[in-house]
Ligand binder design. Sequence first.
Ligand code: SF4
Ligand code: SF4
Length: 477
Amino acid sequence: MRSYGLKQIVPSNVCLQCEGCCRFESDTTEWRPLVCQEERVRAVNEELTDVPLSARTIDARGYLHATRCTDTCFPCQYFSMKDYSCVVYGRRPFECALYPFVFYRKGEERWLSVHLPCPYVRDRIHTDEFQGHVRFMREWLSGPGVQQFLRRNPSLFHEYLGFEHELEHVCPVEWSSFQIGPFLMALKPAFEEVMKGQKPEISAQSFAGMAIWSDFFSFENRMIDGALCVFASDQAGTFLYMPPVTEALVPAVIEKCFDMMDQVNSGQGVSRVEHVSQSQLGMFPPDRYESEFKTEEYCYLRQELIDLKGNVYKSHRSDYNRAEKSYDLKLRDFSKKDAESCLKLFDRWADVKRQGCEDDMSRYMLEDSRWAHRIVMENMEDLGVFGRVLLANGKLCGYTFGYPLNEETFCVLFEVTDPDYKGIPTFIFREFCASPELASYRYINVMDAMGLEGVRRAKESFHPVKKEPVYIVRRKA
Ligand code: SF4
Ligand code: SF4
């Protein structure tokens, strides 16, 4: 399993003679290794069929099963009692590679801790050798790959109730990096190569649209019979992030994808295809699959947004003119130095939006958006995104980012403005659309309304020329 460059402190010959690991006191203890959903997917993806990390060997909470040997000894199913070795050592779960270190949580706190009953730790914890390793672990924790992995897999942090006295905390776990992990970046060339021949209609079907959620899902690309299949996983399970990408999709590919998802998912209805456009629904024969409308994305004619002509745009024209008259406005390229001010602005903007939230889901989406905005700000070039900030009388009062979705559509990823500045949303939107960089695009896609009534009203008010419906598809039982 992937361990992100983690080094072991305990020599393997010491472990082979120790009785500390891999044998548990019960078959329900949280000391058994937890296998993250993305580790399960990888096991199936990499066809480790000799290592049956699957729903059969992992319990409903994601822990490896342990089987009774005596009344007080429940060895892991991959443990060999003959020579005390792990039969899947090179592919053991992340938590096994981490031990004797563990991740501990208490309330909001998150810690990297060490488990004192390990005799190797107990004997050496105050030595220079051990402290040197602790320095390595701190450094390792700050790596973007590790940070993302931990953010995507919060269940790796355990409370260890009743065992707190056995832990010594090494360092707090704090998020310092919002870089896109090297693993996801490595998927980009293959993704972009296959997408070249496509004309995606919805915002998620792009590398940027996928990568901004890389803190919430782990992505895996897999070629199945010539089709690129992008799987996304979190602790709830694994789904296809978008329909398989290929020139001529054969039904067998979709069937294989569902079989694979069913192998790693335990909950009902988790296996699904997300971000399916209207024109892609034909890939899924209705006798075998069922589709569910999820949302719709708003698309405008770019020229209409620039002209703001006629009665239908009267109020927007007046907003634009009011902003122009009231403030000394300057739209300029975003620079990374703007990130902190932009995020402060996001917090004020989100407070106002939250008041119009109708449900918890929309509120969670606002929280998640902050992470996504930060990822975009720190990875603009890698994502192929560009952004502008708006200054009013020298003060930052708005920002906006976007990326090309296809040769005729540019997608505005987000726009945030200071609620105290009147007319600014229309001004920044119109000016962004009028940027020379967007001159070749006929359409502007502004994504969906995130279930927020105020956002929906604002998007409707610009008179979309079309709305792109987005569906979820499931296999019928
Ligand atoms: S308790 Fe420590 S020394 Fe013993 S097997 Fe586990 S890691 Fe190795
Ligand atoms: S997978 Fe291997 S290392 Fe992990 S608990 Fe089981 S036997 Fe031990």
